[in-house]
Design a protein around this ligand. Structure first.
Ligand SMILES: C[S@@+](CC[C@H](N)C(=O)[O-])C[C@H]1O[C@@H](n2cnc3c(N)ncnc32)[C@H](O)[C@@H]1O
Length: 292
């Protein structure tokens, strides 16, 4: 309460906090720290379960890590040693590192300064651009392979495809793994609409050379996330909230109604595997220029 009345100290704290936002120190990035603690593998994707487990309750963090590694394998297996590749939206650099270790001449692009600093610290020899892929300046060098691993969903279709066209050698290929919506009414609006993507590809002079539907292989991640959220995260959040308000009657009076109401409203539909299966497809695609 006294701290609430100490206005100069409060202003100082807020200014320091605001100032710290512009300093991109991976050690102080909360999201990176969370992923690093949870998985410790530098991947930010759904993972690929070769043999999808029937029951989320039997899954473990070790299964998740293995699935994320197996997902990277799918992409690494499609790039040859010595080829020049660029990963667009490279996250924490896990796939860059795997490609680099496989003898691929790889570089990365991420708009996120914390991810950039994390990769620079761990793999300083891998060249990086810090921007959105659409804004990547024209490069002299052309690539055998461009890769988007669960990152093209954030990119404007026409601008993104134009950028791929600029980056690839005439016989280059675009590897992409991502999920797509069947129509615009999906519960969770993330992912391009598949028909729009296919139309934009055709308009940009590209065609799909390989198409693997891996939806069933990624769904266990959603089932596991849903299981953990419903059976662990939400009950713990409820418990901690009640415990806090029981000790702090003043804050209970001010905030308990909203906070408890907010917790009750969490529906978990965005991580419901059955809804995802009805409304989306997770595809692994190899895309090439259409033969004239
Ligand atoms: C789900 S993560 C995938 C990271 C990584 N490819 C992997 O498989 O672990 C999505 C990534 O896309 C990046 N991203 C978001 N918008 C982007 C854009 N317009 N251009 C390039 N990357 C973008 C994010 O910063 C993040 O690194």
């Amino acid at each position: 309460m006294l701290r609430l009345l100490n206005v100069p100290a409060m202003v100082r704290h807020l200014m320091l906090r605001r100032g710290s936002k512009s300093v991109h120190d991976p050690e102080n990035d909360l999201e990176l720290a969370l992923y690093a603690t949870l998985f410790g593998n530098n991947f930010l994707h759904f993972g690929y379960f070769k043999n999808p487990p029937a029951d989320a309750q039997t899954m473990s963090m070790a299964d998740m890590k293995k699935a994320m590694d197996d997902y990277a394998d799918l992409l690494v297996a499609r790039v040859a040693r010595g080829e020049k590749a660029i990963e667009l939206g490279c996250g924490m650099g896990g796939l860059l590192a795997r490609l680099d270790a496989a003898g691929v001449d790889v570089c990365g692009v991420t708009p996120d300064k914390s991810q950039m600093a994390h990769i620079g610290k761990n793999w300083p020899h891998i060249a990086l651009d810090n921007c959105k892929m659409e804004d990547l300046p024209k490069k002299q060098e052309k690539f055998d392979v461009a890769i988007n691993s669960e990152s093209f969903q954030y990119v404007d279709l026409a601008r993104g495809i134009k950028k791929i066209d600029q980056l690839l050698k005439p016989d280059g290929r675009w590897l992409m793994s991502d999920y797509f919506r069947f129509n615009k009414d999906a519960h969770n609006g993330s992912g391009h609409i598949l028909a729009d993507f296919e139309a934009a590809l055709a308009a940009g002079g590209f065609e799909i050379a390989e198409r693997v539907d891996i939806t069933e292989n990624v769904l266990p991640t959603l089932r596991y996330a849903h299981f953990l959220a419903a059976n662990l995260a939400l009950p713990v959040a409820g418990f901690m909230t009640n415990k806090f308000f029981r000790r702090h009657a003043f804050f209970e009076y001010l905030f308990a109604h909203d906070v408890k109401g907010g917790l009750k409203k969490i529906r978990l539909k965005t991580i419901d595997a059955e809804i995802f299966r009805r409304e989306k497809a997770y595809l692994l695609l190899s895309i090439v220029r259409r033969k004239k």
